[in-house]
Design a protein. Structure first.
Lengths: 772, 150
């Protein structure tokens, strides 16, 4: 495979192909594209954290102007589904219905109203009279297991394959694995560290609220436009929930205003479909920001118990990680997020003699957990990378030295790769690219690790401290993630690239065009991308698990290689020579006695000579999941009097393989870091004593603004992953993983206050100072 | 009620509801660059110029636009193209949902502030949130734009 030196399109920071259109505000998002005459669909939401619906009286609402329909649980198919946009059959329990007799969190849907205008729909929703029998809620996830209050007694719900689903015990999933005898190795270790950490619920806050619209086309098929990361999973799950055939539904993802995992669940699609199927009219549902907060998903909060066994010289001998995860009202992504907390952290320290991982995900009357960038790895990373720092402290070692001594390296493997996948077994894998040593070296240099030392007093009672963390992620889900791409040659030499891949704003349409162009030898400007349409593009599992570059990129490359072949054959035929004697350089096909340009050949092929359409498809099954790696360094300033933490500097150096588009890769890292810093310092979903959300707007839930962040510095190191398209690995998620641990470690270095419970707030710092 | 305004340099005559936000009225009249990202005037995706002053259109009652000039990114095509090119060159544009509002705010800033440094830029644009990037690339792009605009 070619390396970056000889590449023309890959490795270049080309502008995003949709950049100007989006900046100009060209209508491109779901709500921009919804038919003007669409009915507005609005939900009646539960004011209770847990309740049974005794009755719903919609008479008054139905009599109001503009109101066309009201749906209750009695009006919808009783089919258990999961709303997690995952492969088939989903590894999440099917524990949900379009509407149900029970509501399980404040904001859960009790009824659905469709009216001519949004105003009318909202007024009608207020007029729907729902009589609830309030039930005691389960709000403490550490008390959920075997609680007398059972969230999911309904008989129809089920797991699709064994995931440890025990709804009678409030357990959505359970998982346990071990390599070697952890207890014995810990007992033999010279130093043992046992710590408990907590991570909080975080919300995605994509600036575009969730939105869907539906209509019936001239064939009577249900068309759906949705701000989704997984059009094919949405189609399949909708078909099941609505008791329709998959073939009756088309799902299109237009531009979407950020996802971060938050659009890997179904939200308004099913409700719009109810309205359209009942009335025959287009319908749309646009979430308000408050609804996004109250009725979508959060990152799964977790309690993580870590035990490390080590020798005095810093040799790590055993890791034990036991987790209790809160999946809230529904088990969306319950098992898989849980597993990733181990699967994408533990292999970092692959030289241990024994490792154990396990625990449960429990139901509570909180917002459902869901996919969120990092997907468990950030929770696991916070616990593991905090614990390693604490261990370094006990051993009197530099935390970097401790990590360097134990971390994974190129040519090595971890038994965990084979044991743990996402919901199923993983695959064996030798690490073929791992530039952690370079990432660490460069990061140390940028932050000034050696020069500054771990702690300095910069003003009386004000200390600066340095902390760091390593991270890994994956590149797709092996043996599950599949992507396909089709290339079509147009007259006068351009190509349509039809891809199932789902660009969430990350620029994946652009980098996939770059991969096609590089492979064909043409310029990226000659590639016309059309993506994410279940009718018109080939399949793709969707944008999640850091899969698009690595998996969809391969599919594009395969399609382009086949297209090259076809162009050669047709070019040779036109030149009257054997294909073996012809060459194609992206511009022209050259034979022994002459040449024909692609421009002419493509026009001839459609109009004049041996007319035919050249069209090739590549599909790719993810066979392994090479991790990207990162070393990250935080400098904080802590006021020991107030506990206030200011992030002064953040440096992240990443090995993502060959970056297809370095600028876009770096912005992925920067954006991930910003969200990780938000989780480390500010972001937290807070409930009142009865389970009411206290954080339901952008004033009570703080995402980082311009003035909150330091000038984040992200760099990529030179790397090449042999199994990746043009040497690429993934980069979408890894950025988010390090800030919680790196910042907590820096705070501990600065003032000796160890915060083990996110976010790191001034109160917690002060409390920890008292303990220290 | 009926209002007359100047929308992107052209006269417009609209029927609006008394309680309707300018944001909703704009979108209802097909001005779709203006986005709704929140309910609380906190995100900046709906930023427009009202008589040249940047405001969150979600917090402005539509009737208040009566007799005034409203400018959205549709009315700033050259600025949008130039800032867009800078954003794209830095890779700073991701989903683009925040971009139209940001362009409007940056244009207002460039008219208002002489030589804003990074802190002044961050302060002026504090109301324009972006969840996709970490702001650094955006800031680089904005500085580049301001330099080129001079
Ligand atoms: S929609 Fe106006 S500021 Fe958020
Ligand atoms: S680019 Fe997505 S919110 Fe700014």
């Amino acid at each position: 495979m070619k390396r970056s030196g000889d590449m023309r399109e890959v490795g270049r920071s080309l502008p995003k192909i949709d950049a100007l259109g989006l900046v100009r505000g060209t209508p491109a998002f779901t709500d921009d594209l919804a038919p003007r005459e669409a009915l507005c669909v609005v939900a009646v939401r539960s004011p209770h954290a847990h309740a049974r619906i005794l009755s719903i009286d919609a008479t008054a609402a139905l009599a109001m102007p503009g109101v066309l329909a009201v749906f209750t649980w009695k009006d919808v198919p009783r089919v258990a589904v999961t709303r997690a946009g995952q492969g088939h059959p989903e590894p999440s329990p099917r524990d949900r219905f379009i509407l149900d007799e029970y509501v399980r969190h404040v904001g859960d849907e009790a009824a659905i109203v469709a009216a001519e205008t949004e105003e009318q729909a909202r007024e009608a929703a207020r007029a729907v009279r729902v009589e609830y029998e309030a039930l005691p809620p389960v709000l403490d996830f550490e008390a959920a297991l075997d609680n007398p209050v059972v969230l999911h007694p309904e008989p129809e719900i089920h797991e699709n394959f064994p995931i440890g689903f025990e709804p009678r015990r409030n357990v959505a999933s359970a998982y346990n694995m071990h390599v070697g005898d952890v207890d014995a190795v810990v007992a033999r270790s010279e130093v043992v560290l046992r710590r408990r950490y907590y991570t909080q619920a975080q919300q995605h806050v994509a600036l575009e609220p969730h939105c869907a619209c539906t209509w019936l086309d001239v064939h009577g098929r249900l068309n759906v436009i949705s701000s989704t990361q997984t059009p094919w999973h949405v189609r399949r799950i909708m078909a099941r929930a609505l008791e329709r055939e998959v073939k009756e539904i088309r799902v299109v993802k237009p531009r979407i205003g950020g996802g971060f995992g938050g659009k890997q669940m179904l939200h308004g699609e099913l409700y719009c479909a109810l309205a359209t199927l009942r009335t025959g009219r287009p319908a749309k549902m646009v979430y308000t920001r408050r609804e996004v907060f109250e009725a979508t998903n959060t990152r799964h909060p977790m309690r993580l118990d870590v035990t490390l066994g080590a020798d005095r010289d810093g040799t790590l001998r055993a890791i034990d990680l036991e987790i209790l995860s809160d999946t809230g009202a529904y088990g969306e992504h319950a098992l898989t997020v849980f597993m990733v907390a181990g699967a994408k952290t533990l292999p970092l320290y692959n030289k241990v003699e024994a490792v154990r991982f396990g625990g449960r995900t429990v139901y509570t009357n909180h917002l459902p957990g869901g996919a969120f960038r990092g997907y468990g790895a950030i929770q696991g990373n916070f616990a593991l990378e905090s614990a390693l720092d604490e261990l370094a402290g006990e051993l009197g070692l530099d935390p970097i030295v401790l990590r360097e001594k134990n971390m994974i390296a190129e040519g090595e493997t971890s038994p965990i790769f084979a044991i743990m996948g996402e919901g199923t077994e993983g695959v064996e894998m030798i690490v073929e690219s791992c530039k952690l040593p370079e990432c660490i070296r460069r990061g140390k240099e940028l932050i000034g690790w050696d020069a500054k030392g771990p702690r300095r007093e910069v003003a009386p009672g004000v200390f600066r401290g340095l902390g760091m963390a390593l991270a890994m992620q994956g590149s797709g889900i092996p043996t599950i993630d599949m992507a396909a791409a089709t290339l079509k040659l147009n007259d006068f030499g351009s190509f349509n690239l039809l891809i199932g891949a789902t660009d969430l704003g990350t620029g994946s349409d652009t980098i996939l065009a770059q991969i096609a162009a590089e492979t064909l030898g043409v310029s990226t400007g000659d590639i016309i991308v059309y993506a994410s349409d279940t009718d018109r593009t080939p399949f793709d599992t969707g944008a999640y698990a850091s899969s698009t570059t690595y998996v969809s990129g391969h599919a594009v490359r395969t399609a382009a290689l086949k297209m090259r072949e076809e162009i050669l054959v047709e070019g040779a035929r036109s030149l009257g020579c054997e294909p073996a004697r012809a060459t194609f350089d992206g511009c022209e096909v050259r034979g022994p006695a002459g040449a024909i340009t692609l421009r002419d050949l493509s026009a001839k092929l459609l109009y004049n000579e041996h007319q035919k359409q050249l069209m090739t498809t590549g599909s790719h099954l993810c066979e392994k999941s090479p991790p990207p790696y990162m070393a990250a360094f935080a400098e904080v300033e802590v006021d020991a009097g107030t506990g206030e933490v200011k992030l002064v500097d953040y440096v992240a150096v990443v090995d993502c393989g060959q970056a297809i588009n370095p600028n876009l890769a770096l912005v992925q890292v920067e954006g991930g870091l910003a969200q990780g810093i938000g989780m480390a310092l500010w972001e937290e979903v807070v409930y009142g004593p009865q389970g009411h959300l206290r954080t339901r707007d952008l004033m009570s839930y703080k995402i980082p603004g311009r003035e909150d962040l330091p000038s984040i510095r992200a760099e990529l190191v030179a790397s090449h992953e042999p199994s990746g398209p043009f040497g690429a690995k993934s980069v979408g998620e890894i950025g988010i993983d390090t800030p919680p641990a790196a910042i907590a470690n820096a705070v501990a270095a600065a003032v000796g206050a160890r915060v083990r419970d996110l976010p790191v707030t001034p109160e917690k710092v002060l409390n920890a100072l008292v303990l220290a | 009620m009926n209002i007359s305004l100047e929308l992107n340099g052209r006269p417009a005559n609209w029927d609006v509801e008394p309680g309707e936000a300018l944001l909703e009225a704009l979108r209802r009249h097909g001005v779709l660059s203006v986005k709704r990202g929140c309910d609380t005037a906190s995100c900046g995706t709906c930023t427009v110029l009202l008589d040249g002053v940047p405001v969150p259109s979600c917090a402005v009652p539509a009737p208040r636009a009566d007799g005034r000039a409203v400018t959205t990114v549709e009315g700033l095509p050259d600025e949008a193209a130039r800032l867009g090119a800078c954003l794209a060159a830095e890779g700073a544009d991701q989903c683009g949902f925040c971009a139209p509002g940001l362009v409007v705010a940056v244009v207002a800033m460039s008219r208002e502030l002489e030589h804003p440094d990074e802190a002044a830029i961050n302060h002026y644009l504090a109301g324009n949130l972006c969840r996709c990037g970490g702001y650094v690339s955006q800031t680089r792009a904005i500085r580049r734009y301001l330099q080129e605009a001079r």
